[in-house]
Ligand binder design. Structure first.
Ligand SMILES: [Zn+2]
Length: 346
């Protein structure tokens, strides 16, 4: 079944469009190649609960000021749910909390992830993290960029409220008299929250399942042997198992769509192809992780910011294949790691 798009035209910046009963879709601008984030207002008692916030920058704050004196004037925000710790989804949670006194709801890992960075933004700029990137073949400049991401991140995120309301998988959250199942999934971020309204036939799928974009799945230096791709594939399998195929998906970017099972299959296929490409490229001689980046992405990547995402994503495929014993990582005397075929590789 091909994907269908019941709302093919996105709302203009600052406009709200109803996409499910009692759910308004808004678009906020982002100053990146990906130029927007979707946020949602969910009808609550005496107002709206907000899912995700946009980044903290002057244009987004100005847009929120307009919304607060417009659509939210008579029906104010009642609470903020942040799906995950990335700046486009949690960036203004602290500012809105300060300004309006509304509570933040988030999963524990996502809340603590942002809090940790704010408590010690330079912490990653040290050993053993530097050796991790250098060992996998990144040059000094690329490594410096990756290690400075904490500081860059904080420029887009206002300080978090000191308390939050923890959301956990398996719980339900009542918003405006309706019951939402709390689902969480790893891969794109450690414990991303999705809200599923069974009765309404829709899921706020955030960045976990989007119509066009395959979300970035990256290994981080703090968890060098981690398997975010494995976590992501398990989350996709769970969504397919638990949600009917005609569920309306309301994602964090791109358009709302119907065809969740098809999209899950496409995303799984996409990662399988990348795994195959990695295995072919490692070949009999072995390779460094950085050499695999153009193979995984099908092109060379010159932009250093793109490179930092691309490298983390390449390593996610490597670590997944290491867990399957299709690859192994061999340390060299010079601190450089070489990837070689593993015991289970054909
Ligand atoms: Zn996002």
């Amino acid at each position: 079944m091909a994907l269908t798009f019941p709302y093919p035209e996105p709302p203009a910046a600052g406009e709200a469009r109803e996409v499910a009963e009692g759910v308004l879709w808004l678009r906020l601008p982002l100053p990146f190649r990906l130029d927007h984030v979707n946020v949602y207002l969910i009808e609550d008692a005496n107002g709206f609960a907000l899912l995700d916030t946009g980044i903290d920058d002057p244009p987004t704050r100005a847009l929120w000021e307009r919304l607060l004196s417009g659509v939210l004037k008579t029906k104010p925000l009642t609470r903020i749910v942040s799906s995950h710790c990335h700046p486009d989804h949690i960036g203004l949670a602290g500012w809105l909390n300060q300004r309006l006194g509304v509570d933040l709801y988030a999963s524990q890992t996502e809340y603590l992830e942002t809090l940790t960075i704010s408590l010690d933004p330079g912490a990653l700029n040290a050993e053993p993290y530097r050796s991790f990137y250098r060992g996998h073949g990144l040059d000094e400049a690329q490594t410096d960029l990756l290690l400075s991401r904490g500081l860059h991140y904080l420029r887009m995120v206002s300080p978090l409220p000191r308390t939050f309301n923890r959301l956990m998988a398996g719980e339900t959250l009542e918003i405006g008299g309706r019951i939402f199942d709390v689902l969480t999934g790893g891969g794109h971020s450690p414990e991303q929250v999705m809200l599923y309204c069974r009765d309404g036939g829709f899921i706020l799928s955030t960045d976990q399942v989007m119509a066009k974009i395959s979300p970035n799945i990256s290994v981080e230096a703090i968890d060098p042997n981690g398997d975010p791709l494995g976590a992501y594939l398990r989350s996709l399998a769970q969504l397919k198992l638990e949600l009917p195929p005609d569920t309306l998906a309301l994602p964090g970017h791109n358009l709302p769509f119907v065809g969740l099972h098809t999209r899950v299959d496409e995303l799984v296929g996409h990662h399988r192809q990348r795994c195959d490409a990695v295995l072919r490229a490692v070949g009999a001689d072995g390779a460094s992780a950085v050499k695999l980046v153009p193979v995984v992405f099908g092109r060379s990547i010159d932009d250093p910011h793109q490179m930092s995402f691309a490298f983390g994503e390449t390593l996610a495929h490597v670590n997944y294949l290491v867990r399957q014993k299709a690859l192994a990582i061999r340390p060299g005397a010079d601190g450089a790691w070489t990837l070689v075929r593993g015991a289970n590789s054909l």
